[in-house]
Design a protein around this ligand. Sequence first.
Ligand code: PBG
Length: 327
Amino acid sequence: MAFPTTRMRRLRSSPALRGLVRETELRADKLVLPLFVSQTAGEREPIEGMVGIERLPISAAVQEAREAAELGLGAVLLFGIPAEKDPEGSGAYDEEGVVQLALRAIKRELPELLVITDVCLCEYTTHGHCGVVREDGVLDNDETLELLARTALSHARAGADIVAPSDMMDGRVGAIRAELDSEGFSHIPILAYSAKFASAFYGPFREAAGSVPAFGDRRAYQMDPANGREAVREALLDVEEGADMVMVKPALAYGDLIRALARATRLPLAAYNVSGEYAMVKAAAAAGALDERAAVLEILTSLHRAGADIVITYHAKDAAKWLSQTA
Ligand code: PBG
């Protein structure tokens, strides 16, 4: 019998025909590399739990950004680790804060490289929450919005190409849009972390950024992994408020929502392959349980196939190198 599927399998045994019928093509310019820039690190500091990823002094962040540009990555995404934290997270919107300084340094050397900034307070607050905490221990949503808008504006002033609010406060996309527009930055797009789940997979990031909440958890403002329709609703609210791109985070256990949000919003969609997902692959590879290169390329291709236009991954540099070798 000549089954159509047999014919397709045969076609794929030739590289040229395999390329011709392939549905999804991973490219380096679809990948975004997160960078942890530290105000206290005198040299590169390894991050426990994230083999191969480091806290970077500004000069090293510029080096990493240069490498990202040379590898043809789509962008870098900056996170800041300040010298000092306070209850209001003032390091986040300080014109001389670590992200603002890093932005100017990177943009001076690499004006063409796209730089995205994470807009949140949790790396800058003593309590580790993503906003201003009232005396009763509850987050003050509206007061936080003002500080987030200030943070985004200071990033735009320092040269950010895209700002990405990750705090999950209500109304933050609208507040940031209004602030940017009124200060002459109406051309700066917002990448909204729209569907950000309260996840066990952020563990290594919180160690890296020193942002483990001092009390409670983030379930009051991050989403319940059990809720898919709510994620679509949140994303559509972000679209109404002016989001230009939306994100699903984490990535691996949320393929359904990557697909759903891409369809529902019709905006460019980013998937964040987070720290715990990276750590999992690294640990399994180190234990000899899987082939890192094959596993990573399979994961990134699958996220792309699910509907992610942009994939944020700590494996971005490796993936770009592997892709150029297979090409
Ligand atoms: C800040 C933020 C977090 C991550 C990205 N932005 C941490 C959190 O919400 O606790 C996690 C990224 C990762 O795990 O790689 N709010």
